[in-house]
Ligand binder design. Structure first.
Ligand SMILES: NC(=O)c1ccc[n+]([C@@H]2O[C@H](COP(=O)([O-])OP(=O)(O)OC[C@H]3O[C@@H](n4cnc5c(N)ncnc54)[C@H](OP(=O)(O)O)[C@@H]3O)[C@@H](O)[C@H]2O)c1
Length: 289
């Protein structure tokens, strides 16, 4: 049995679909869900639904019965709670005899020395904890989602252009769908125990280069503007984000500007047995929607 946590989220859903597309029978897949009202689509596909909350250890030990491989998708709860929640999942997996844990970490040059260390160090803490616990693990260091580019760029690319204070920093953005496929490979094939993979594109792009790609796609000049950080935050707040969430996004832009996402390594081609979709082709598909 393969259990997917964060099953109701973007990456969890995409991973379950990738497993089904690989021919894994639905009754060999379990979805960890904390809100039963979100479980209908899994039940209708024949996927087992296990109720559990990262915050509640007992709910996890009962949810993980008979689970062989477990994908721990990092929590979207408040950052201060994330490591403690991940520790609950890992401890419950150990107690119930899970034989392999796959964890979605984050691809930055150095999580512990990042300019946004307080936002990302839980990934390093979770990875270290997993290694200490002596359950076979695989760390998937995911880069930033390519799917977030329109939102990070101010969500109004067609009229305003790409608007983000990210300097000339580059990110090897990769679509969620490709990350999900890489996860499905690791969950269904041998040879991934105690390995760390970088899940990122081969090529990193700056937002100036992204504006050029979009100009080519739309056959229209799309400019790259760098608002002041305060103006960037204010624009998100005006669009309904909380101050806290807007400031969090702005910290990403500053880390990008400092070049913290250039990892110069990618294991995606080896895992997928093909090159991932290019950023230009991916942006073409999402901008045509
Ligand atoms: N690499 C990147 O660019 C990037 C971008 C955004 C986020 N992330 C990280 O990657 C993770 C996956 O991304 P995503 O887009 O799939 O996120 P998402 O759509 O927000 O999904 C998060 C999932 O975590 C579940 N969850 C949150 N707190 C939980 C708890 N206490 N107990 C059990 N489940 C809990 C949510 O359940 P509910 O449906 O019940 O809320 C949801 O299924 C995020 O959680 C975040 O840590 C990475």
């Amino acid at each position: 049995m393969i259990l997917i946590t964060g099953a109701t989220g973007n990456l969890g859903k995409a991973t379950i679909n990738s497993l089904l597309n690989k021919g894994i029978p639905a009754n060999n897949i379990a979805a960890l869900v904390r809100d039963e009202s979100k479980s209908d689509e899994f039940k209708s596909k024949g996927i087992q639904v296990r109720l559990g909350d990262y915050q509640n250890f007992e709910s996890l030990t009962s949810a993980f019965k008979d689970v062989d491989k477990l994908l721990l998708i990092s929590s979207s709860s408040e950052i201060v709670h994330r490591f403690e929640q991940h520790k609950n999942v890992i401890d419950a997996a150990k107690e119930t005899g899970v034989s392999h844990i796959v964890y979605t970490s984050f691809a930055m040059k150095d999580l512990r020395r990042s300019s946004m260390v307080e936002d990302v160090q839980y990934h390093a803490e979770t990875s270290d904890y997993l290694k200490q616990l002596a359950i076979p693990y695989t760390l998937m260091a995911n880069t930033m989602y390519a799917d977030m580019i329109p939102m990070l760029s101010g969500n109004n690319i067609l009229e305003v252009g790409v608007s983000i204070p990210a300097g000339e920093g580059k990110v090897p953005f990769l679509p969620i769908q490709e990350m999900a496929e890489a996860l499905a490979v690791v969950l269904t094939t041998a040879g991934h125990q105690d390995k760390e993979y970088v899940i990122a594109a081969d090529t990193a792009f700056s937002f100036a280069e992204i504006a050029e790609l979009i100009s080519d796609i739309l056959d229209k000049r799309v400019t790259y503007k760098q608002p002041e950080v305060d103006a960037y935050i204010a624009q998100f707040v005006q669009n309904g984000f909380s101050e806290e969430d807007a400031a969090y996004l702005a910290r990403y832009t500053q880390a990008i500007a400092k070049g913290e996402f250039g990892t110069n390594k990618s294991d995606v081609k080896d895992l997928l047995g093909r090159s991932p979709i290019s950023l230009k082709d991916f942006l073409g598909t999402i901008l045509s929607k």
